[in-house]
Design a protein around this ligand. Structure first.
Ligand code: BGC
Length: 801
């Protein structure tokens, strides 16, 4: 069974109708719960079998050496890896002396459902033990979006066909044994037993474990407390040892009698606070959670999500599977960013250990554009985390002999953790990506205080970096040589168009912001001469162009390179990075992921319509999409240049990346950039949104497979713009706020609270299908209309639509 055959299509949730032990790890990622601070993979309550056990706390990592075969100046010496912290999800069950373990006995029924509207993961299992006793287990799990340190599980067991002796063991387990990594560079480094025990204690139904990481010196506390709902006689006991705490309860249940347990969990960590302080912090969080109670936590979760969906939903008519995938994407992007509170948003969120839990440009380029218009406070938090790492970024710049700040290509705390500099340190564009996210956030929200207090310093320090990294050549052009753009199958190239255009925007944004906050800019040492220097460099930024071919080379000289031999590359040799040496990839025309095409999205103002069409068709023939960060961008530009059905194919690929496990590595965690990218593909692709000017611009066009797309955008403090797109027209209305000027198809429009505006959409002109490298064509999307699950399914959750 493939992953997607196991999920039932329904617009507001994801249901797995049976358990496939071969793809357990994949399901653990897909059903993961998180609030951006605490992340729980969807491991089974009883702990085993598991694919990859995972409990993560944002910012908790261990240091590990980065060995190099050959030493060189400026290489990062240590890496940071996310660690699996104390597992509080475990509730083991014994039925008449037999452990409830799905690998034995007979699993009569097993269902799980993640509901995007209430944020709960529900499970129901009916199991016959090897001795022949049948029980029903139901559990519901949440990671609170309103109480950031808290998770909770409601667990119920009921014998179905006769009395049974039941023992429940609810646990905290530290230093769980993990399966070893498989040699794929995208997987994680496994760190054996990273937690050193510091404290364990228990009272009543409550227990706490405090540990410290060995090298990174972080203190982690996990605490649990319980409520039992059973009127009959039972015995309970709590015990702890260094790496384990256990609350046990035992009774004999008659047929049809239920034992209900509610487990409250609280997590906390600190690099600075003392043991009593961290222990008391989790005790306090647990007290608050118990005060709220299970029903209260569930109600809070629902009202948080109701408020979120009321202005963040993206509706898609005509393809119910895509609708589900988009809401799945929005839900997981929310989970990744909601409560990071000045910590990074990793490429996998907190759904798995892939890429060692590192944060990349994925955050600012894909995730934050989505959150900017739905949960702007989360964007401010994420960018304040970048701001907090400025001292490290300044140190790194100094080490590299540069001015300003060099942000790391991959990191957890802020130090560069990439041991491969051609696709790490050399990807200087990360600085401009962060700057762009600052600019976008400030423009969308009008949060001028943020710009003055945080944003400007990021803009100034990155502008300084560009000014010192590039130089004016003999012809007066400003060149940026020896850098790596987004496409990781080219490296250390001169004048990468994406990088130069982003640097240009960065230099201008810094000068503009400094001009708005002269006093604060002066405090950073900015003077008019420096600002003029940034503007000069931006004005003469060199953007190479291949006159002969009539296209932009991705970087200077790129179009002279030999073509990759696509026709003789078998499909099982993809991704190419696992089968061919980098030296060969680097010297040929082959593109891992949108690079020049991304430049045409984020700096669309720098290209004419004809250039966009020609460039797009040129790079389509070279782009193999070995990165999940590509399809969404190709969708946006395909839509812009009129290849609407191709855009639809790419959109579906981005949206289904994890639900269909298209990259084969969803087990290591979800592809947050692709999920966010799917939302971008809809809004910027079919909605045609461009936000690089003062006025939002739209150019809506739908592919033949979709009959309607609708979405909302939160702007400034008090505006919610709603956009409805059909094949014939687009309607703009204000759900909150009085008036907004925007641009529809180059026409200025005023939308007021009294008057929605409907404008026609021209009929698309059919174009000949473009070609991609042999075998790398996106799957042609056939709209999926069902089957949907009927309301009142086995998990007791009805669907409204
Ligand atoms: C991509 C990068 C990306 C990283 C993490 C790589 O495969 O090439 O652009 O940042 O994955 O998602």
């Amino acid at each position: 069974m493939t992953a997607h055959e196991a999920y039932t299509i329904d617009p507001w949730g994801l249901t797995e109708q049976s358990l496939d032990l071969d793809v357990l790890a994949r399901a653990e990622s897909v059903f993961a719960l998180s609030n951006g601070h605490v992340g729980l993979r969807a491991n089974l309550d009883e702990g085993e079998p598991h694919g990859l056990p995972g409990t993560y706390l944002n910012g908790v990592f261990e240091l590990r050496p980065l060995p190099y075969a050959e030493a060189a100046y400026g290489q990062p010496e240590s890496g940071q890896s996310v660690i699996n912290v104390t597992n509080g999800k475990i509730i083991r069950l014994l039925v008449d002396d037999e452990p409830f373990d799905l690998r034995y006995g007979d699993l009569v029924e097993h269902q799980r459902r993640l509901d995007f509207r209430d944020g709960l993961l529900r499970r129901r299992a009916v199991w016959t033990s090897p001795a022949g006793r049948t029980i029903r287990v139901t559990s519901t799990r949440l990671v609170s979006l309103t109480q950031r340190a808290v998770a909770a599980i409601e667990y119920e067991v009921e014998p179905v066909d006769g009395a049974a002796r039941i023992v429940l063991q609810s646990e905290l387990v530290a230093n769980e044994q993990l399966p070893s990594a498989d040699g794929d560079p995208r997987a994680a480094a496994v760190l054996e037993a990273p937690l050193v025990a510091e404290h364990h204690s228990c009272t009543d139904a409550k227990a706490v474990l405090v540990h410290q990481t060995r090298f990174s010196g972080l203190r982690v506390a996990a605490m649990m407390d319980h409520e039992i709902d059973y009127t009959g006689h039972f015995e309970a006991a709590t015990e702890t040892e260094e790496d384990q705490a256990r609350f046990s309860v035992t009774t004999v249940l008659k047929k049809g009698e239920k034992l209900r347990l509610v487990k409250y969990l609280a997590y906390g960590w600190s690099a600075a606070r003392s043991l009593p302080a961290v222990r008391d912090q989790v005790a306090a969080a647990l007290t608050a959670a118990r005060f709220t109670g299970w029903d209260g936590l569930v109600a809070e979760q629902r009202s948080y999500l109701d408020a979120f969906w009321s202005h963040s939903d993206i509706e898609v008519d005509g393809d119910v599977e895509l609708q589900q995938a988009i809401r799945f994407a929005v839900f997981h992007v929310l989970q990744a960013g909601a409560r990071t509170e000045e910590r990074a948003i990793p490429a996998k969120g907190l759904t798995g250990p892939g890429y060692d839990g590192h944060c990349f440009w994925d955050t600012e380029t894909f995730v934050l554009p989505v959150l900017t218009y739905s949960l702007p406070d989360a964007v401010a938090q994420a960018l304040r985390w970048r701001y907090s790492t400025l001292p490290l970024a300044r140190e790194r710049a100094a080490q590299l002999g540069l001015a300003g700040a060099v942000f790391p290509w991959r990191t957890i705390r802020g130090e560069e953790c990439s041991g491969y500099w051609p696709a790490g340190t050399a990807a200087f564009h990360i600085g401009a990506d962060i700057a762009r996210a600052v600019e976008r956030y400030v423009r969308a929200t009008g949060d001028i205080d943020f710009e003055r207090d945080y944003g400007m310093e990021i803009l100034v320090e990155t502008a300084r970096m560009w000014r010192s990294l590039g130089h004016h050549d003999a012809e007066g052009r400003f060149r940026i040589d020896g850098v790596t753009g987004p496409d990781e199958y080219s490296s250390i190239a001169d004048n990468n168009v994406y990088t130069n255009l982003m640097a240009q925007a960065n230099l201008r944004a810094a000068a503009d912001a400094a001009g708005r906050h002269l006093h604060e800019a002066a405090a950073l040492g900015v003077n008019t001469e420096e600002m003029a220097g940034w503007r000069d460099a931006a004005a003469v930024m060199y953007i190479p162009y291949d006159e002969k071919l009539g296209v932009h080379p991705q970087a200077e000289g790129f179009t002279n390179h030999e073509m990759w031999d696509f026709d003789n590359t078998p499909q099982d040799k993809y991704p190419l990075l696992l089968h061919f040496p980098y030296y060969d990839l680097y010297r040929k025309q082959v593109v891992k992921q949108a690079d020049l095409v991304l430049a045409m999205q984020v700096r669309g103002d720098a290209f004419s319509a004809e250039q966009k069409a020609r460039n797009f068709s040129y790079y389509e023939r070279l782009t193999v999409r070995d990165s999940s960060l590509s399809a969404c961008t190709q969708a946006v530009i395909a839509a812009e240049v009129g290849h609407l059905d191709l855009a639809y194919d790419y959109l579906a690929e981005a949206a289904l990346m994890d639900l269909h496990d298209l990259g084969g590595n969803t087990r290591d965690g979800l592809h947050m950039a692709s999920l966010a990218g799917a939302c971008i593909a809809l809004v910027a692709g079919f909605g045609g949104l461009r936000d690089h000017n003062e006025r939002l611009m739209f150019r809506p066009r739908l592919p033949s497979g979709l009959s309607r797309v609708a979405f909302s955008m939160r702007l400034r403090k008090n505006i919610v713009l709603h956009i409805e797109i059909t094949n014939a027209e687009a309607t703009y209305s204000l759900r909150e706020g009085d008036r907004l000027r925007l641009v529809h198809d180059e026409q200025e429009v005023l939308v007021t609270s009294q008057k929605p505006v409907s404008l026609p959409i021209p009929r698309p002109v059919p174009l000949e299908r473009l070609t991609q490298p042999a075998g790398r064509e996106p799957a042609r999307r056939q709209a999926q209309s069902g089957p949907t699950i009927a309301s009142g399914d086995a998990l007791g959750v009805g669907q409204d639509e």
